[in-house]
Design a protein around this ligand. Structure first.
Ligand code: UD1
Length: 423
């Protein structure tokens, strides 16, 4: 594919990158508020919206159902007044995991939704059992035909209580949305507490929803009349994007500052970076990092928020290839999310995957340039980081996967001095 490969001239371990990188709104918040807008017969305006492929795909999904979506730079307007469709476009829905959250608004508003198994990053099994069993508990009927699924609840969804056997970001969000139009209050237990989940609740509240327990593991959602929000809703800054840039700073930064972030959303990451010896300074909505002389090895364990985010595991892995000694990474959320390490080994890293959830990393190893394809958004970015410190020129393919979650990545990385181009 044209324009689908990044060419990166490695720094051969030199710490020369310097400057500021603005962080945009979070993919995992904007996609959910766009879906939530489908609950409302009127227009919502979102600001700080990243220009990424997944936002385009979610917009097309809403338009395909009859909605109106209009972008102007980093502002997005969504009006779901004329939505009548309840069948998700299969190709679009399969292109991203976030399409699953549309189940909540469509089923709650129209009593029916038909959808394929959602796609997204190739990071192991991504089941949807929590969604099916949850909606069945609220009185919906589930059926399967070919490769599409249908949920129906013509009399509306009952309220009641759902305990999530596994903490899930998208399941928490989906049922939070559905609860706003259920027939009775809905209590959700063992909820995800990610900042993006909180931001979705805040958007719904700005539309008139009544939700108790926001930010905690138990949410109570009361049926409410939702109306368009009076003010534009600002998408929460992308803490994962920030994590990626800070990881780059930890291995190649004379001094890199990320701007427009919420440092309080990044406690686990900042703690991990500081533990490696990096100098990290927080000032308002900026974080500045400088690479240490010697990177210390650490033990890292991904965990639901406020633990270390699984989406920042791959960038941090690259940092640990440069630590002096043995580090351990335990990936607790997804199996398959250590697969990309094979390519880092091909670049010279000493990473042993002990089992699908645990890797040990022995450093420090210089990395050499390679030509490889990124398998998903986060691993693709970690290959860019590895190429940035490698000896020689690398070509990283599948740029379109990186574009799903990062706006103009090559421009932003070039602005701090990395030699990166796209062709
Ligand atoms: C979301 C994020 C993703 C992030 C992940 C964990 C979006 C679009 N994506 O993904 O970037 O990596 O949270 O922070 O917001 N599970 C089940 N059954 C289900 C649903 C999930 O067993 O029905 C399991 C998953 O396999 C996984 C765990 O629950 O082991 C957590 O996954 P979940 O939080 O649902 O991830 P997503 O919401 O898909």
């Amino acid at each position: 594919m044209k324009d689908n490969t990044f060419t990166i001239v490695g720094l051969s371990g030199k710490k020369l990158l310097k400057g500021s990188i603005p962080v945009f709104g979070a993919k995992n918040n904007v996609l959910k508020v766009m879906a939530a807008a489908a609950l409302i017969e009127g227009e919502s305006t979102f600001t700080n919206v990243p220009d990424i492929a997944d936002v385009v795909a979610m917009g097309k999904l809403l338009e395909d159902l009859g909605g109106y979506v209009k972008r102007d730079e980093h502002t997005l307007r969504v009006n779901a007044k004329d939505i009548t469709g309840t069948v998700l476009n299969s190709a679009l829905a399969k292109s991203m995991r976030a399409s699953i959250v549309l189940l909540g608004p469509l089923l709650a508003r129209f009593g029916s939704v038909t959808f394929p198994h959602p796609g997204g990053d190739v990071i192991g099994e991504r089941p949807i059992d929590l969604f099916i069993s949850g909606f069945q508990k609220l009185g919906a009927e589930f059926s399967e035909s070919g490769d599409s699924y249908t949920l129906k609840a013509p009399q509306g969804l009952s309220g009641g209580e759902i305990f999530f056997r596994i903490v899930s970001v998208t399941a928490t969000e989906t049922f939070m949305m559905a609860g706003t139009k259920a027939n009775a209050p809905l209590t959700l237990k063992n909820c995800a507490m990610e900042p993006e989940v909180v931001a979705l609740a805040e958007y719904l509240i700005s539309c008139g929803a009544k939700i108790e327990g926001v930010g905690s593991s138990t949410l109570v959602i009361y049926p409410s009349v939702l109306t368009p929000p009076a003010a534009p809703f600002a998408i929460v800054p992308d803490r994962i994007e920030a994590a990626t840039f800070l990881a780059l700073g930890a291995i190649a930064g004379e001094s890199i500052t990320v701007t427009g972030v919420v440092p309080a959303h990044m406690d686990a990451l900042l703690d991990a970076l500081r533990s490696t010896g990096a100098s990290v300074t927080v000032d308002g909505d900026t974080v500045t990092i400088s690479a240490p002389e010697v990177i210390q090895p650490i033990k890292l364990r991904t965990h639901e928020y406020p633990g270390f985010p699984t989406d920042a595991q791959a960038p941090m892995m690259v940092v640990l290839t440069q630590a002096e000694g043995e580090s351990t990474v335990v990936e607790t959320i997804f199996n398959g999310r250590l697969n990309y390490t094979t390519e880092l080994v091909g670049m010279g890293a000493k990473i042993s995957v002990v089992n699908p959830h645990r890797a040990t990393i022995k450093g420090k190893t210089p990395l050499k340039a390679r030509d490889i394809d990124g398998p998903d958004i986060r691993a693709g970015l970690s290959f860019i980081l590895a190429a940035a410190i490698a000896d020689g020129t690398s070509h990283i393919g599948n740029a379109h996967l990186v574009d799903r979650g990062y706006e103009a990545i090559e421009k932003r990385l070039a602005s701090v001095g990395l030699q990166i181009t796209r062709s």
